[in-house]
Design a protein around this ligand. Sequence first.
Ligand code: PMT
Length: 399
Amino acid sequence: MANPLEGKTVLLGVTGSIAAYKAADLASKLTQAGALVDIILTQNATQFVTPLTFRSLTHRPVMTNLYDLDSDEAIEHVALAQRADILIVAPATAHTIAKLALGLADDALTTVALATAAPLLVAPAMDAHMWEHPTVQEHIVTLASRGAHIAGPASGRLASGLIGHGRMLEPEALVGHIKRYLGQAGDLSGRKIVVTAGGTQEPIDLVRVVTNHSTGKMGYAIAEAARDRGANVTLVTATTHLVTPIGVTVNNVTSVADMRTAVLDSCVGADALVMAAAVSDYRPSQVAEQKIKKSGADDGLTLEMVKNPDFFIEVPAGVLRIGFAAETENLIENARAKVDSKGLSLIVANDVTKEGSGFGTDTNQVTLINAKGEAEELPLLSKYEVGHHILDRIVGLLK
Ligand code: PMT
């Protein structure tokens, strides 16, 4: 399983900003994702959050003072620097950004930052006017030119009450940045993977659509898993409520016709296409120009539907095609028939009636069926883990 955080040591530096409380959530999320999270708090950070908060969440060393002779971490700070796979400073204040840019080393964090060869990820957090100040911008340019990755800041409401640029990115987004960074040399590095997600919508009139229950979770999870293995990922997504994954090119579509165009365009130069979207097989033959009005008391409404093109077969040869089969009966037979009729390298057979599987769930239980019809039933897994199983097969097929 290629989770780029598994067993990796993330050194999290926390500086004195109100956003420091979000760093506790970040430390927790990284730990839950399998990373070993070492912490350095600046003295100013300890005004906002305590070492105990982080120790309790990570069960790992928390360093606050380089000169504390009772602290193993202080004495071993070089070891802390050496074992880090990545150093992330979140939140990074204007002051610490300046020290990092200038190479000043007057506290534990900036000393370790100079002593480590690990890549540096900086998540700024400050007032909008400070962020826009030429001095801060120059330091950011200096850090970026040395290879540091600058994540954010985002726009929004700031602690000062102003609305502007300066909010630290949310912990979930920072986890995405870290995974992307750590996974960039993964087994899909240099490969282009196109993934579809969500349920297409076919208009009936100006206000109504024909659609299905897909939330996009399966497709988004595959896109994130592919990014985490170093792939260049394009996600063609129907309307969803999900957060755009970090480091993924997103192409928003609505109808099957839009999805067809976006997929065929995105597949130029692609290595593989994974169609996790629930694509409408039919659409209303005519779209009413105005909202259809209710007519007489008991009259029904008959919609005439026409078939949508199955654009899988239009995808250029040379692009591996991986399909999904959402079934409610005869799972394996129906899925095998789709492998043949659509000329697929692999199909993911998905019984959408099973507990914890199919539409809207965070987990899925699927069977992978290859072009020869050979089936491998997977246990109930998170959709992200299912994504990695599919990608394992893709890596094998691309060899
Ligand atoms: O989004 P979630 O809430 O996480 O739910 C996940 C899911 C249940 C939608 C997903 O796991 C899934 O099963 N997706 C495929 C749904 C589907 O459309 O299956 P199908 O058997 O109708 O189509 C077979 C394949 O042909 C699919 O890969 C589909 O994308 C593709 N297709 C279908 C119709 C069409 N006109 N063109 C196509 O390319």
